[in-house]
Design a protein around this ligand. Structure first.
Ligand code: ZN
Length: 415
């Protein structure tokens, strides 16, 4: 059995080496990220294991077993600028501990592999899940070829600095397929307030949300705010505001215990933006997320109907522009059962929750049975230096994760 305390002290060591007073600075493709990866290489080297890098820059560690059938563990050592000490690297360092618990003893019955995915965050170039989507075969090169960071550096050049050729990253997919992966396990902090609010340290993640992301543009008529009677206005903002409230009601109506959905109006642009003018144009964004594809589709349809009703009521028009969507990725039932067993053995119960944020596991779920485990997040904060989790919660989650690895190894060996 591994040592949960050592995982925490390793995480503190990594944070000390790669953070400033403003937080963790392991932004992918940069010097601090390379330093973090060198630290990872050294930690793994202590176990007598090597790190290999695939065509997309993902770092792999392999502990050969009696069978080539493989149990994969993964997460990401990169973070957002001024990030926290746990997001991503928690799963990587817990994975090192799982390898350590097998490296000293007899050859495991199946092969164990740990992956540190490259650029999960997309913090610099705006494309999240870079390495895992390349490995999953879902990265469209045309979408990323022209990306530049804020200082004008091209993605292709940043990759090249790290030994990765953009035109060749697709080979990472063939490399993944050659690994004989039978299960993918990822432990991560929740990055939200649900577990903490319920007083739980550890949760079983049932899948990652599907997302529908759109802009709505309401067009009415700008007019003088003093001379135009309320009943005669064509106020685009009011139509947008009524739609936003309706979308919240739609989300609340579709939320069930254990199957929550979320929706957010995060952008509001209004024209002419003058205190003495009725708004003639208003644009709002809508981001809807749910684990059930039918629920997500219904929420989206109802939001459209609500926007059309609000437009009619305010004598304006509405147009929708699609921004982005992804299907829900529910996790594997057999691995969910093993995960629930492991969490129950460690904590006496197994709360289940969906993941609102996307994770590398969502890409792996396309290719092999996948499951995730969450540790609570204090005040639900993440992507900031205040990100934290009480150490007893981390320890329980690490022990539960190590149990999940053992159970999955036995499950895959028997399968
Ligand atoms: Zn993360």
């Amino acid at each position: 059995m591994g040592d949960a305390r050592r995982v925490i002290s390793d995480l503190r060591e990594l944070a000390a080496r790669t953070s400033t007073a403003a937080g963790a600075q392991r932004v992918a493709w940069g010097p601090t990220w390379r330093e973090a990866r060198a630290w990872f290489r050294a930690k793994v080297g202590e176990l007598g294991l090597d790190v290999t890098t695939d065509a997309a820059g993902n770092n792999w560690v392999t502990l050969p077993g009696a069978s080539t059938k493989s149990v994969l563990m993964g997460s990401h050592i990169d973070c957002v600028p001024n990030g926290g000490w746990l997001d991503g690297c928690f799963g990587v360092v817990a994975g090192i501990e799982a390898l350590r618990s097998y490296a000293g003893g007899q050859r495991p019955p199946v092969t164990l592999r740990l992956v540190d995915w490259a650029d999960e965050e997309g913090a610099r170039f705006g494309r999240s899940l870079f390495g895992s989507s390349a490995a999953a075969g879902t990265l469209a090169l045309d979408d990323v070829r022209g990306l530049k960071d804020r200082s004008g550096t091209a993605l292709v050049d940043a990759l090249r600095e790290n030994g990765v050729e953009l035109e060749g990253v697709g080979r990472a997919h063939a490399e993944l397929r050659a690994l004989d992966g039978r299960a993918y396990l990822e432990v991560h902090i929740e990055q939200g307030p649900v577990l903490e609010a319920a007083g739980k340290s550890t949760g079983v993640v049932i899948g990652t949300f599907g997302v529908e992301r759109h802009m709505m543009r309401f067009t009415g008529q700008a007019a003088h705010s003093g001379s135009t009677p309320i009943a005669m206005r064509r106020d685009a903002f009011l139509a947008a505001a009524e739609t936003a409230l309706a979308c919240r009601a739609i989300g609340l109506r579709h939320s069930k215990p254990g199957a929550g959905v979320v929706c957010t109006v995060g952008v509001v642009n209004v024209e002419p933006k003058i205190v003495t003018a009725v708004p003639g144009v208003c644009e709002i964004s809508l981001d809807q997320r749910a684990l059930d594809a039918a629920v997500l589709a219904a929420m989206n349809r109802e939001a459209r109907e609500a926007s059309e009703r609000a437009a009619r009521a305010n004598d304006v028009t509405v147009e929708w522009q699609h921004l982005w969507r992804i299907d829900p990725r529910p996790f594997d039932p057999a691995l969910l059962a093993l995960c629930a067993e492991a969490v129950t053995e460690e904590t006496g119960e197994a709360p289940h929750l969906p993941s609102g944020p996307l994770h590398d596991a969502a890409e792996m779920a396309l290719h092999m049975p996948t499951v995730m485990m969450f540790s609570s997040s204090s005040r639900g904060l993440s992507h900031c230096k205040e990100e934290d989790t009480p150490e007893p919660h981390l320890e329980r989650t690490i022990r539960a994760f190590l149990k999940l690895v053992d159970k999955t190894v036995a499950h895959v060996a028997a399968g």
